[in-house]
Design a protein around this ligand. Structure first.
Ligand SMILES: Cc1cc2nc3c(=O)[nH]c(=O)nc-3n(C[C@H](O)[C@H](O)[C@H](O)COP(=O)(O)OP(=O)(O)OC[C@H]3O[C@@H](n4cnc5c(N)ncnc54)[C@H](O)[C@@H]3O)c2cc1C
Length: 238
C-alpha cells in the first residue's frame, strides 16, 4: 500500500462548521472525479496496527487538474478525536493519504443524472459537476439537489444552474422540501440517481426512489459492492 505524506497548503472556511483542506499534490497521486481516499493523522501508523481513531474516509473535492487534493469536512464543537486534531492543524502540517477508490464516476450513458446529497455530501459531487461542466458528452442533463439544514450552502460558485449546459441545481434547508423535490425527480424512470450522505439519508432516499419504481441499477452509492446489500435488502426498514 502506497502512503503519501503531504502538507496542508491552504485551509478554507467554507461555513462556520465546514472547512476545506487543500493539500499539496503528492507526486504520483491521481484519482478520478467522485473518488475517495483514506486520510490519516500523525501517529496513525505508529503502533503495530493502524489506529483507526486517527483515520477517516474522505471524498476528494477537487480534480487533479486543480493541482491540489481537496478534503472538505464538517467539524462541530462536540467532535471526535480525529476532527478535534484536524481543527487545530495549520498550513504546513502533514497528513497521510492512502487507498484511493472510486465508486461514483460521472456516467456518460446518455441519461439524466440526479445528484442527491445531504450536507457535506455535496463535496463528492463538486468534481463530478466540474467534469460535466467541462464536457457534457453523452450525458443528457445533470440536476443537483442538496439539503443542508444549516442553510449555509456549500460550493454555490460551482452549483449554479447553467441552462446552456443542461445543468440545474437546487438547495433546500428542510427534509420536507427535500422529499417533495426528490419525489418530482424520481418520476424520471430512466434517470440515474447518485445518493451521498448519512446511511439514514441514503436509506430514506432509496425508499422514496423505490416507491417510484426507480431500480437498483439506476441508483449509485459511494459504497463498495459488498456493503450494498445493507441498503437494498428488502428487509431494511427506516
Ligand atoms: C466513501 C466515504 C467518503 C466520505 N467522504 C467524506 C467527506 O468528504 N467529508 C466528510 O466530512 N466525511 C466523509 N465521510 C465520512 C467520514 O469518514 C466520517 O465518518 C465523518 O466525517 C464523521 O467523522 P467524525 O470523526 O466526525 O465522526 P465519528 O467519530 O464517526 O462520530 C460521529 C459523530 O459523533 C459525534 N462524536 C464523535 N466523537 C465525539 C466525542 N468525543 N464527543 C462528542 N461527540 C462526538 C460527532 O458529532 C460526530 O460527527 C466519508 C465516508 C465514506 C465511507
Amino acid at each position: 500500500m502506497q502512503l503519501y505524506w503531504t502538507k496542508i497548503n491552504k485551509i478554507i472556511d467554507e461555513t462556520s462548521e465546514v472547512k476545506t483542506f487543500l493539500l499539496d499534490l503528492p507526486e504520483g497521486f491521481t484519482w478520478e472525479e467522485g473518488a475517495h481516499t483514506h486520510m490519516g493523522l500523525k501517529g496513525f501508523n505508529a503502533g503495530e496496527k493502524p489506529n483507526k481513531g486517527l483515520v477517516r474516509h474522505m471524498s476528494i473535492s477537487t480534480l487533479p487538474s486543480e493541482k491540489t487534493v481537496g478534503i472538505t469536512t464538517r467539524i462541530k464543537d462536540q467532535c471526535s478525536e480525529f476532527k478535534a486534531i484536524l481543527k487545530n492543524m495549520s498550513v504546513g502540517d502533514e497528513v497521510a493519504l492512502f487507498k484511493i477508490h472510486s465508486n461514483v464516476p460521472l456516467k456518460r450513458e446518455n441519461k439524466n443524472l440526479y445528484l442527491l446529497s445531504s450536507g457535506v455530501g455535496i463535496a463528492t459531487f463538486r468534481p463530478i459537476v466540474k467534469t460535466y461542466l467541462e464536457n457534457q458528452d453523452n450525458v443528457k442533463s445533470v440536476h443537483a439537489l442538496n439539503i443542508d439544514s444549516s442553510n449555509d450552502f456549500l460550493f454555490t460558485d460551482i452549483f449554479t444552474s447553467d441552462t446552456e449546459k443542461n445543468f440545474t441545481t437546487q438547495y433546500v434547508d428542510s427534509r420536507a422540501a427535500y422529499y417533495a423535490e426528490a419525489e418530482k425527480l424520481a418520476e424520471d424512470s430512466e434517470g440515474i440517481f447518485y445518493v451521498i450522505g448519512s446511511d439514514e439519508f441514503i436509506m430514506q432516499t432509496i425508499e422514496l426512489l423505490n416507491k417510484h419504481d426507480v431500480k437498483r441499477e439506476q441508483i449509485v452509492l459511494d459504497k463498495r459492492e459488498r456493503f450494498m446489500e445493507k441498503f437494498f435488502s428488502p428487509s431494511v426498514t427506516v
